[in-house]
Design a protein around this ligand. Structure first.
Ligand SMILES: NC(=O)c1ccc[n+]([C@@H]2O[C@H](COP(=O)([O-])OP(=O)(O)OC[C@H]3O[C@@H](n4cnc5c(N)ncnc54)[C@H](O)[C@@H]3O)[C@@H](O)[C@H]2O)c1
Length: 414
């Protein structure tokens, strides 16, 4: 069988998928694109070390797009995935997209329709969903072990200030500097939707405050966001994400049903289980287990093995492996993992009202959002542009970005 030819767009986080693909016998990296040449150079070294030959390197996306490829991994800017995904799907490529899926509701509709029209695989690389504990939580929830979901918490609190120069390069307009509080909601919402299969239907948003430790590194945005989400069965999901000083692991998840609960004990790879049998109200059984990796090869991969499964199931889905159909995060679920954050910001701007989350699987629900470009990213918002911080407008002088850039170039921390 011929190897699946994969291109990678974005040479930073893109190296994660490159490393996974270089180890596979059924797929090969054929092209890599990044406008930042030292990034391409790093990829060239990785490929050489792995003995991979014949990869083409591009700085220009238009040239990269012409390369003979079956599939593309999108690891470009987080607020620019949808337009590139749509272009590539229209050109007949399968897509694996890094987080997030889309930056506006209008992009969500267009992306879904591009996937439907192309008939190609769209796999969302929501890697936090795939640690062994979270896969185990999914299996147990799906077989009814804790009954019906009543409440869930998803938390992704990652203070990146120490590496801010290395991930924003002193660019004022970098998406990490311009993202608003509720934008990067995928890692707190995604795993809960993946476990439960429930769809979000309503959201209320809240934003934290900007603080000097981030302002001094170039971000004028609130440091964190919170979404209170109602799921389709009436359960409530609390999703918290952003960066502040936090004295516990950065990703935490719990799902509580009417017959028990499951809690990810984060760093130690263990799962706390509470189960009640018939007539056992409040007298159920507590246990702690350590689920093994469903696939042993995943063990050494980043994000608790999550980085293995995203690429693995993408390639398996392209090959038509039916197991991958269940495991891959398709475009509808991918959109569900992100649009609550977009709509939570609308809630914040409107003073905390509850905002409905459409089910974009239904063609009839799409038209209302087709031209909805509401967002704080100037270049795509058009006349629906809003400021990304509803509490204060912070003007950061150029000298801050010059200093962050200097630290990036010298390899100094934030
Ligand atoms: N899932 C995770 O755990 C995880 C971790 C880190 C990053 N990410 C995601 O990966 C993506 C990339 O993040 P990153 O950390 O590498 O930082 P980044 O967003 O700064 O990097 C994007 C890279 O794409 C390149 N690029 C962007 N637009 C381009 C264009 N038009 N032409 C050529 N090159 C272009 C940039 O030069 C840069 O090297 C983001 O979407 C981010 O959310 C996910």
């Amino acid at each position: 069988m011929e190897k699946i030819k994969v291109g990678v767009f974005g040479a930073g986080r893109g190296t994660t998928a490159i490393n996974q693909l270089l180890r596979r016998g059924d797929a090969e990296v054929v092209a890599i694109c990044d406008k930042y040449e030292p990034g391409l150079e790093k990829c060239r070294e990785i490929a050489l070390k792995a003995g991979a030959e014949g990869i083409s390197f591009y700085t220009d996306f238009d040239e990269f797009e012409k390369h003979d490829m079956d599939a593309v991994v999108l690891a470009n800017y987080a607020n620019e995935h949808a337009p590139y995904a749509i272009r590539l799907l229209n050109g007949g490529k399968h897509i694996m997209s890094e987080c997030l899926t889309c930056a506006t509701m209008s992009q969500a509709v267009e992306l879904i329709e591009a996937v439907e029209q192309s008939g190609k695989i769209y796999a969302y690389a929501e890697n936090y969903s795939y640690t062994p504990v979270r896969q185990e939580m999914r299996e147990r929830y799906r077989r009814g072990e804790i009954g019906e979901l009543m409440y869930a918490e998803g938390e992704y609190v990652h203070d990146c200030s120490s590496i801010w120069p290395q991930i924003t390069y002193g660019e004022r307009e970098h998406w990490r500097n311009s993202m608003y509080s509720t934008f990067y909601c995928t890692h707190s919402i995604g795993p809960i939707l993946y476990m439960t299969g429930l769809r979000p239907v309503k959201v209320v948003g809240l934003e934290g405050r900007n603080r000097p430790f981030m302002r001094d590194l170039g971000s004028a945005m609130p440091c964190f966001g919170l979404e209170m989400i109602t799921l389709e069965n009436g359960a409530i999901l609390k999703s918290l994400h952003g960066g502040f000083k936090h004295n516990r692991p950065h990703a935490n998840y719990e799902i509580a049903g009417d017959r028990g609960s499951l809690r990810d004990m984060a760093e130690d790879g263990k799962l706390a289980v509470y189960r009640e049998g018939e007539n056992e109200n409040c007298r159920g059984t507590h246990s702690v287990i350590q689920p093994p990796h469903p696939i042993a090869d995943a063990e050494a991969s980043g994000h608790g093995g999550g980085d293995y499964y995203t690429t693995h199931y993408f390639i398996e889905a392209i090959k038509g492996n039916p197991e991958a159909d269940d495991k891959v995060i398709d475009v509808y679920t991918a959109v569900d993992m992100c649009i609550p954050g977009l709509l939570a910001y609308r809630s914040i701007v409107q003073g905390g009202v509850t905002v409905d989350i459409p089910n974009l699987r239904n063609v009839g629900e799409r038209d209302a959002y087709r031209n909805d470009t509401f967002c704080p990213f100037k270049e795509i918002a058009g006349d629906m542009y809003v400021l990304g911080n509803t509490q204060e407008q912070i003007d950061i002088p150029d000298s801050v970005y010059d200093e962050v850039r200097r630290r990036w170039l010298c390899g100094e921390p934030g």
